[in-house]
Design a protein around this ligand. Sequence first.
Ligand code: F6P
Length: 324
Amino acid sequence: MADNMNRIAVLTSGGDAPGMNAAIRAVVRASAYYGMECVGVRRGYQGLITGDFRPLNSLDVSAMSSRGGTMLYTARCNEFLTEAGRQRAMDTMKYNGIDGLVAIGGDGTFRGCLELKKLGCKVVGIPATIDNDISYTDYTIGFDTACNVAIECVDKIRDTMQSHERCSVVEVMGRTSGHIALNVGIAAGATAILVPEKEVDFDEIINNIKDGRLHGRTNFNIIVAEGAASSQEVASRIEQETGVEARVTVLGHVQRGGSPLLRDRIIASEMGVRAVKLLHDGVYGHVICFDGREYTDVELDESILQRRFLDEQALAILDVLKPR
Ligand code: F6P
């Protein structure tokens, strides 16, 4: 065991994601396994500054794997963006005898971790965001559940679009990343998928609809990532240029809620255990990664250098899959 790793803290920060509770549970249970105490920090970095701590034992996290949201709450903290705020967080951890920290969240959370690491904090990150946009890992906790919630909604919307021979424009989450849109769009057999990583090609959307009509299609579905375009504008243009009636649905936060599905529970459990093992083994300043087969870890500095790329090639299969 690493020297002086007797008491660790766990927090969740940034947008919540289904599976965060399963990760907290795993961190708490693994701490007990390795003979360490675990403390939950409420409201992310805000709680780290103010000392909003709650000791967590194995029973406190019973049945948490099935619960959506985060039992530790999450927040965005302006004070933590200042040097003074981060120093206060370090002082609070020292005062409370915290030897190590597990931070569960996305890109913003890991930037915070890196700043703490520079101040000497022994921290490990667990990637959890429905956006799945962290580099060096093929998966972030919450993505699968969010996509499945979205797909269920898209299928339902499709039923009514079919009856009315309309075009649905469904906006999914992803202000700066199109992973949800891409996956949901392919799974739903979308007419077009709009992602922030790629310039929107309106001509292509219009042509796809006109082409589809020529081949007997009477309803269409466009999946728009939140940050790619205004879904209202997309719908208006479709109506004007094709004459097909269009309706917009913004899925919003429904995608972040609900009981996590199997994949999120399993990966969250694995990542939680691995994060604690790293601290126990004296490895700090890393983020846990999963490549689809194996769990590894990468330096925080590397992890936040860039966002995970969108497989734009995958968009190309939409063209192959359209009716001819
Ligand atoms: O980071 C996850 C995410 O759900 C993004 O997809 C979305 O753009 C953003 O959070 C929304 O954040 P908020 O809940 O603060 O509006």
